[in-house]
Each structure stands twice: as C-alpha cells, then as structure tokens.
Design a protein around this ligand. Sequence first.
Ligand code: CA
Length: 269
Amino acid sequence: MPVVRSARVLRTPVLRPEHPATGLTPFFFDDFSSPTLDDTKWWASGRPYKTGPDWMDSSYAGDDCRFLDSNVTIEDSRLVLACRNVPNVRAGVTKGFSGGMVTTAGLLAGAPDSFRQRFAPPVRLDVSAKIPSGRGLWPVIWFMPVRNGWPPEIDVAEFLCQDPSKNYTTFHYDDGGHRQINWRTSSFGDLSQAFHVYSVEWREESIKWFIDYAKVFETTSSFIPTEEMYLMLTCMVGHATTYPGPPDENTPFPSYFTVDWVRASTISA
Ligand SMILES: [Ca+2]
C-alpha cells in the first residue's frame, strides 16, 4: 500500500490455475464465527501498535481519514470494515472520513510478545473477501515487517475501488534505494459483486499471488524477505495525496470491505 508508485508495471496475460491441495499445514484461521472480534488473533483499529507508525492517524490512511474501532464489526460470521464520511475528532484534529482495520501486529504499549501472529516463509495466506465499489475506497490485504521498518511490503491484494475490476498485487523491496514490482489486471470483471479468494504464497525464493486459486503474478526477486511480518486488513478512504485519490459525490457511504475468512498455512511441499 504505497504512497508513491513507480511507473514500472509488469503484466502477464496468463491465468494459470494453481490450487495446492496438499503440502499445506494451516496454523492461523478465523472464519469470524465469534460474535465479536477474536482478540487472541487480532487487534482492531484505533489502537497504537508496537510496530510501525500509529496506524490510527497514519498518513497511509490519507490526510482526511482515520481508523476507528467503531468501523470494525462482526456480522453474519464476517468481518466488516466500514468506510464512512462522518467527520470525527481525535486530539483536537477533525477528519472528514474514517476507515477500519485489523492487524496481527503487537501493541505499542504492550509487551514485546503482544503480536497476535507473525508470518514468515514458506507461508500461504488465503483471504475470502468482498470489496466495495466507489471512487476513493481503498481496501488492502498486506504484510509489513515486525521489526518496524519499510520496505519490504507484500500487498496480497489492493484495490482502488473506482475500478473494482482491478486487483493490484505488489511487492515492495529495498534495492539500495527503492524499487518495486507492480502488476495489475482488468480481466476479472467487477470484483465487488461477490466474495473472491485472494492468496499469496510467500517462499524464500518466490512470491506468487492468486485470485480464486488462479495465479496472477509471481516474482523471483532475490530481495524477497525472510524476516517475520504481520498481517493487516484495512479499508480506507483516499485523499488527494494518496494512491486512490479522494472520493467523489457518487462514492457510496458507508461502504464495506467484508472478509468471510482468513487462513494461513505453512507450505511443506
Ligand atoms: Ca465467515
């Protein structure tokens, strides 16, 4: 979920089914069947985190958007992250929009072991989710480093919902500066109309991305991280200075990024 994108875009026309039915050992799963968010697995938004910036008011959320606890709910066994256009105030600063997030990162004020879950290769993540549609809406499924640095960053799935047919799959890494690999597609139709499974296989030698178990991108960069990372599920409202740009008068509010289940597995084969 970068602030700045390079012009480098890699495209692949091939969608190759690749559904590993074997060689996976699940170690993290949530189908959100509890009536409230399972705080043994996640921290909700509105908390300061041990790693990274204070996500609640991070510039990643846009200059006019902040994450609020009230935008994180469980409904019908699904995690619902809401984006709203209701002005809200924190520390005397009013913002016009709000979003929602959950993360497995540790608490800023908590113990060093307060991480709910850390991830490292070889790992596969599968997330069944339904994105919203509307200009400026910005749902992301992503990994960030436990050590509180950047890059690397693995964007499992990212959407600028003015065009809900495109899924952005991105790996950010440091190559003596900042480079990135970015791939995008418009070949999926309107992804906001249904739940889809967004996946990544993160191995030391490669990262592969999938939509509905079909591979959409792969990188074999020598800069693939082997360090521990944490997971974030976020839905934000963009701003003029952020990647999706601001919403417009046709953007529906509230809008929702809905997650049916999350599963992470160790890849043993
Ligand atoms: Ca569910």
